[in-house]
Design a protein around this ligand. Structure first.
Ligand SMILES: [Cu+2]
Length: 131
């Protein structure tokens, strides 16, 4: 009989512990992931005459609304833009400017590139992995 009494006494304790856990799980998500949108920064590069590139060459994002923001440093000579293959393109801009493209992406692998002239063939191409 004594054992049964001891067991009964522990039950309210267990319930109280459960309530505490629930509070932790419902705490707000970090601001960086609010709305499921991701913005990725990219920089255009001109390492040599008629040589073009992006830094970085590989980007990663969560599935959902993804924006790639391309920045052109002030010392670039050619205009550049940003596009995601089959998903849209941003404006073509001059040195000092920025170009953005936004797309609603599912998990998969995408190619981003500069749609100006033959810049894509000259090296302005990279891989966007969405998970
Ligand atoms: Cu370009």
């Amino acid at each position: 009989m004594r054992r049964l009494i001891a067991l009964t006494c522990t039950i309210p304790f267990a319930l109280a512990a459960c309530g505490g856990d629930d509070e932790k799980e419902s705490s707000p998500a970090p601001a960086s992931s609010s709305g499921g949108a991701t913005t990725l920064d990219l920089t255009a590069q001109e390492p040599g005459e008629e040589q073009f590139g992006f830094d970085p060459k590989e980007l990663n994002a969560k599935a959902g609304k993804v924006t790639i923001k391309l920045t052109l440093p002030d010392d670039l000579k050619a205009p550049h833009g940003i596009a995601i293959d089959g998903e849209g393109a941003g404006d073509t801009v001059q040195a000092g400017g920025t170009s953005e493209v936004t797309a609603d992406l599912k998990a998969g692998t995408y190619t981003f590139f500069c749609p100006v002239g033959d810049h894509r063939e000259e090296g302005m191409e990279g891989t966007l992995t969405v998970k």
